[in-house]
Design a protein around this ligand. Structure first.
Ligand SMILES: Nc1nc2c(c(=O)[nH]1)N[C@H]1C(S)=C(S)[C@@H](COP(=O)(O)O)O[C@H]1N2
Ligand SMILES: [Mo]
Length: 210
């Protein structure tokens, strides 16, 4: 058994494999659809929905790059059963976004939006966890296009589909709503330590009716 090395948001940062996962050497590319082309002049990161002041916030690529930079060591667990351990992610903590663009008190969930309408829903607590990070870098290098450049979300304690690549914004929500894979048979919460892979495993309270 590995040692839990850190605690964040109630979830231990294990460096061991969750049940049913196998170690992957290298870093495979997994996603649905084409890799979007990055156009810096057209790119913006938006926070919208139930914000504290009712307004929207928007950052250009240059502005986003100037936000406080943090590093997080985290594993990636794909629901198709491979895991990559010990990546060093660099970028902007989701917490930082919550601080500078606070949600209204009634917000319980967020929808993270990416290019081509890809989305994933998270409980606010999962989004606010200390190690949830909008990554621009991995192991000291800029992300490559196929791994999500210029920005991807990493939610270390959940399956990797909960972290959209090519992220463009966050919607604050006062009720839960399913994202892209959560509507297509995957578990609404997606905790790999509990093997929450598929929506048929959901228990009452895990997610909105399908
Ligand atoms: N925009 C977008 N992000 C996505 C996906 C996707 O289909 N579209 N797939 C997810 C899944 S299932 C996994 S396992 C990881 C894979 O990230 P990687 O290709 O960098 O290994 O990206 C996640 N982010
Ligand atoms: Mo995945």
């Amino acid at each position: 058994m590995g040692q839990p090395v850190e605690r964040a948001g109630g979830a231990a940062a294990h460096s061991e494999l969750p049940p049913g996962q196998r170690l992957q050497r290298g870093w495979p590319v997994t996603h649905y659809g084409p890799v979007p082309r990055f156009r810096p002049e057209r790119w913006e990161f938006r926070v919208f929905g139930a914000t504290a002041d009712g307004g929207k916030r928007c950052w250009s690529h240059e502005e986003f790059a100037a936000l406080p930079y943090a590093g997080v060591t985290a594993d990636l667990h794909c629901v198709t059963k491979f895991s990559m351990l010990g990546a060093e992610w660099g970028g902007v903590r989701a917490r930082t976004i919550l601080e500078i663009a606070p949600p209204a008190p009634a917000v319980t969930h967020v929808m993270v939006w990416a290019e081509y309408g890809f989305s994933s829903n998270l409980r606010l607590a999962d989004f606010a966890a200390e190690r949830t990070i909008f990554a621009t870098h991995k192991d000291g290098e800029l992300l490559t296009a196929e791994h999500g450049f210029p920005l991807r979300l990493v939610v270390p304690h959940l399956y990797a589909w909960k972290g959209p690549k090519w992220v463009r914004g966050v919607e604050y929500m006062t009720a839960d709503r399913r994202g892209f894979w959560e509507e297509r048979g995957y578990h609404n919460i997606g905790d790999p330590w509990r093997e929450q892979r598929y929506s048929y495993q959901e228990e009452p309270g895990d997610g909105p009716e399908l």
